[in-house]
Structure formats: structure tokens, C-alpha cells
Design a protein around this ligand. Structure first.
Ligand code: SF4
Ligand code: SF4
Length: 336
């Protein structure tokens, strides 16, 4: 297994980390064996967040009694110092630990800075001085905000989407992090489920020796695929994987929904993060999964769109969401 040091933190972890967002969708009984299998396989970096419902609690139960063997990152979306410190106490309690290795500001629109009215950065500094967090990180989905965070010198790590659908700009961001000594945690390695070959995704990312990808794992099958890919430890895509990568790039270039969920909530109750990419889901996964009565009802909600535009103002990729929803709705009808 390859190892990566996360910039100036000096924290060295196995190259492949565990993204604990999807386990919020599993029961505790189903999630614990997955987490324990990951721990036993040698994965030693786990990323979670206050916003991932009970993900922290599940992780806390899985690592209980062996805390020192793992590096844990979590996040707070707080907008005030008070809420940040309350979030941190909740994270510590949920994770059953007295310290979190990397505590990240979760996708803020503006980076917290010392002296700004939120007091967030000072709160993080206080938490670090008290030994409750070891390093101050930030996650983001916006390139300009992420680049500003890296250049500011205020952050030890950056978490940003990174996969073989990324552009040269994201590769430049990885290089900038390396130059500035900022650890790079790569999220969305499978682009929210649109990349279905984890072996190809992992082989592509292997050449970025400063990046720790966190793979979002929801099932034991997904975890076993990851473990098999880690064992093969390909340093570059095989010819077959490269052909897959090029095919995906052709099919998924341009404006497509990355399923990040930042456009929520929708006042019409539309599940934008899936409905706005339904055409892709129908073609890249077994279509029957999305033709159930439940999904038909979800897709019908698109007709209730109130044209408020709130979702588009929140989308970090500036997608024309209303247009995408309309196109996906029309395409969906052709499958019925
Ligand atoms: S524009 Fe439509 S889809 Fe977007 S938030 Fe408003 S109601 Fe929802
Ligand atoms: S529409 Fe934009 S904000 Fe909403 S899930 Fe897709 S990429 Fe994310």
C-alpha cells in the first residue's frame, strides 16, 4: 500500500482513505461490519462531517478502543464561532475521542480569516490550542475559494473534488497545494456514482503522489472492489482502464450534475442531486433501479418547480439546473 503525507501536517496515511458520507444511508448493523472490514484491511484515514447525519456516531462505534491507530477528519458547516465550538463538542462525543486530527470548515462561500466578524478562525485556533483539534482544514467545491484558501497560508489541508473527469484547473490546484505545503484530500473520486470503475479511478489518481482520495463507500461490495484495487496497486491505468476513462470523459464532459447536494433544499421538494442527472443514471446503472413508482413520483415533482432560482444560486458548478431538470424529465418519459 502506498502512503501519502498530508502537506505540512506531517500526517502520513495510507493512500486510500474512507469517505464516510454514504454510511449515513445504512443502518448501524449494516454500517459497522463495513467500517470494521475497512479498518482491518489497512485503511487508516476516515473522513466524516457533522452534516452527514449519524456518520460520526457510526465511525465512533467502529473505532472505539483503537482510536490511536487511525487518523480522523470531520467538518463543521457552522457560520459562527459559537456554533463551531458546539459542533466540535458534538463531533468529539460522537467519535468517542478527545481530539480530531483535522477539523475542516465545510464548504464555506468565503474562507474564514482571523479578524472577520464570524470569529470562526479564532474559534478553530482556540480549539487547536486546547488540543481538541490538531490541524485546521477546509473543504470546498468552488475553485476560486479553494485556491484562495491554499494561498492564504491559513489552512493545513484542502478537501476538493478530484477524479478523472476533473480539468487541468484542478490538477493545477493539486500542484499549488503541494507547493504551499497544504495537504490535498480528494473527494468525489467516483463523481457521485457516475464513475463506476473504482480500479480505473484509483489507477488514474495514483500519479498524484500528494493526494489522498477518500472513497465514498456504502456497501461491502464497494469496499471489496476498493480493497482489490488497492491490492493490485496499479501506478497508472491499464490500456483497458484508459479506454474506459476516455469513454467516460467523452460522455460526461460539460454540464452535468456532480450530486454534491449543495443546491438543497428545493422549495418544491425536488431531489435535484439525482433528478438533474437522471439521464446519466438510467444509462450508466441498471435503469430498472430508477423506474420504480417511488422514482416516478420523484421525477413528477419536477413539474412543481416554482422557478425561484434558489438552487442555481447555490450550485458551485453554476449549472442551469431548471433546464437540466426539464431535459431529464423529458428523457425519463421515453423510458416509461
Ligand atoms: S428553481 Fe425549482 S428546482 Fe430550483 S429550488 Fe426553486 S423550485 Fe426547486
Ligand atoms: S445541481 Fe449543482 S449543487 Fe445541485 S447536486 Fe448537482 S452539482 Fe451539486
Amino acid at each position: 500500500m502506498a502512503e501519502v503525507t498530508l502537506g505540512r501536517t506531517g500526517i502520513t496515511v495510507q493512500k486510500d482513505g474512507f469517505g464516510a458520507l454514504p454510511i449515513q444511508r445504512r443502518t448501524l448493523e449494516d454500517a459497522l461490519p463495513i467500517l470494521r472490514r475497512a479498518l482491518d484491511s489497512g485503511i487508516n484515514f476516515f473522513d466524516t462531517a457533522r452534516s452527514y447525519s449519524d456518520s460520526e456516531e457510526k465511525l465512533g462505534k467502529a473505532i472505539s478502543g483503537q482510536r490511536d491507530s487511525f487518523i480522523i477528519a470531520s467538518k463543521s458547516p457552522a457560520a459562527t464561532a459559537r456554533d463551531y465550538l458546539m459542533d466540535l463538542e458534538t463531533s468529539l462525543r460522537n467519535l468517542k475521542t478527545d481530539r480530531i486530527d483535522i477539523y475542516q470548515f465545510h464548504n464555506p462561500e468565503k474562507i474564514p480569516r482571523p479578524g472577520d466578524p464570524s470569529g470562526l478562525y479564532e474559534a478553530a485556533q482556540d480549539a487547536r490550542a486546547a488540543g481538541k483539534i490538531r490541524f485546521i482544514g477546509i473543504s470546498n467545491h468552488r475553485l476560486p475559494v479553494a485556491a484562495e484558501a491554499v494561498r492564504s497560508g491559513l489552512y493545513d489541508t484542502l478537501q476538493f473534488p478530484f477524479n478523472y473527469l476533473s480539468s487541468g484547473k484542478e490538477e493545477d490546484l493539486v500542484a499549488l497545494c503541494k507547493e504551499k505545503g497544504v495537504g490535498f484530500i480528494g473527494m468525489k473520486g467516483l463523481s457521485g456514482g457516475l464513475i463506476t470503475d473504482i480500479g480505473a479511478a484509483r489507477a488514474w489518481i495514483a500519479r498524484f503522489d500528494s493526494v489522498v482520495p477518500i472513497w465514498g463507500i456504502q456497501t461491502m461490495g464497494e469496499l471489496e472492489s476498493l480493497i482489490a484495487a488497492v491490492r493490485r496497486d496499479e501506478k497508472a491505468p491499464t490500456a483497458e482502464q484508459q479506454a474506459r476513462i476516455e469513454k467516460d470523459r467523452r460522455e460526461l464532459c460539460g454540464e452535468f450534475c456532480r450530486s454534491c447536494g449543495y443546491c438543497a433544499p428545493c422549495r418544491a421538494g425536488i431531489k435535484i442531486f439525482n433528478c438533474a442527472r437522471m439521464s446519466l443514471l438510467l444509462r450508466r446503472m441498471p435503469s430498472a433501479n430508477f423506474l420504480t413508482p417511488e422514482w416516478r413520483r420523484e421525477m413528477e415533482k419536477i413539474k412543481d418547480c416554482q422557478d425561484c432560482g434558489d438552487c442555481e444560486a447555490r450550485c458551485p458548478y453554476s449549472l442551469p439546473i431548471r433546464e437540466l431538470l426539464k431535459k431529464n424529465y423529458e428523457d425519463y418519459q421515453t423510458f416509461l
